[in-house]
Design a binder for this molecule. Structure first.
Ligand SMILES: [Zn+2]
Length: 117
């Protein structure tokens, strides 16, 4: 099972900023973490460095659309959508209709297609 992988990615100590939709998809088997081409997870901070929102993007190898789960840094709406990933990547909040950017940090998931011996 893949639950151990989930654990390492949990947002710690931010209960009100918890993303769960993507984890849910993984648990239901609708998202295969070993088939992820690209993922990024980023907290949005205010000028004081306080975390006021968060966003996670996952795109599977054979999918055209990336899955985006976010908590809006402006209105704290918890949203989820599937959208095309392009850079710079902007997410439009369904609550306040303002957009915020999610810069790509790094590829967290390495491809595991070659057999590791
Ligand atoms: Zn909003």
């Amino acid at each position: 099972m893949t639950e151990e992988l989930d654990d390492s990615e949990k947002v710690k100590g931010k209960e009100n900023l918890k993303l769960e939709k993507i984890d849910e998809l993984v648990k239901k088997g609708e998202l295969d973490p070993s088939n992820v081409k690209f993922t990024t997870w980023q907290d949005k901070k205010n000028d004081d460095g306080e975390i006021i929102g968060t966003a996670r993007v996952v795109q599977e190898e054979d999918e055209e659309l990336a899955k985006v789960e976010y908590i809006c840094p402006r209105c704290q709406k918890h949203g989820f959508k599937e959208t095309e990933y392009k850079r710079p990547f902007w997410v439009k909040c369904e609550g306040c209709e303002k957009s915020f950017s999610i810069p790509r940090l790094k590829d967290k998931v390495k491809k595991k297609k070659k057999p590791d011996v």
